[in-house]
Write a protein that binds this ligand. Sequence first.
Ligand SMILES: Nc1ncnc2c1ncn2[C@@H]1O[C@H](COP(=O)(O)OP(=O)(O)OP(=O)(O)O)[C@@H](O)[C@H]1O
Length: 280
Amino acid sequence: MADPTLLNVEKLSVRFPSDRGPVEVVHGISFAMGAEKLGLVGESGSGKSMTARALIGLVAKPGRVTADRLTLDGEDLTALTPRQWKHWRGSKIGLVLQDPKFALDPVMSIGRQVEEPLKLHTAAKKAERRERALAMLEAVGLPDPLRAYHSYPHQLSGGMGQRVMLATTLIAEPRLLIADEPTSALDRDLRDQVLDLMLKLVDERQMGLILISHDLDQVARFCDRALVMYRGDIVDRLPASELVNSQHPYTRTLWACRPSPETFGTMLPTLDRVRLEAGA
Ligand SMILES: Nc1ncnc2c1ncn2[C@@H]1O[C@H](COP(=O)(O)OP(=O)(O)OP(=O)(O)O)[C@@H](O)[C@H]1O
């Protein structure tokens, strides 16, 4: 049984001001997780990324995050100052995004970027940083780590860029990795390779993973549990392998709507929102 105390979230909300008063885009959601793989699914705009951003202290102003409780490894995240968040991001919680093009600095060598978290969060000296960066580049499956170390982002393919991003995120050994659509910019074969690698590293390091994905098949195959979000709420929670059997009307529609070779060229079902919200 995974340790349920890694991340504790109670009544987490995210609000934005608008002309018509505050708009709540995440509605007081609660969940807890241990060193396990948790999939976060839901249609576009359901609040997945805002939840992730709130967990890593990256909801930009004027957005406002509140929670009755938000702890990682027992530490209260709601009490962190911006300076403390800087340290927590990278050292305790890592974030992998969809497209390395936007996450990697185009004018900084890969080696420097992978070493950067060690510079910020550890006392490792130059030689040790270089050694650890090369080992990390090897661990993420780059065929020639030394060459990659001296390269720049534009010299890498999308799959290699995503591996480098994983290396920069994991090098400081965070306890929790949040991956927001980490493979959706890659083609299908590469998706599974990068995800396999990510999960292997997460398992080896006994970290927790929150995988945000539109791809329900991917979550069903790779995660332990799934949370299903609809309009800022968690409406369904289940073992990921049970996504196919969910009785919840929203999850059933999401599952039925997933693109697959079997449904290619056929009309997909649409969500009966009136019925769903009447029942909610
Ligand atoms: N800066 C902002 N101001 C106001 N509302 C915002 C802002 N950013 C996002 N939102 C709203 O918050 C809601 C949740 O957005 P979020 O990005 O979390 O959805 P998502 O489930 O991650 O969608 P996707 O899968 O498309 O990334 C959406 O309705 C979005 O319009």
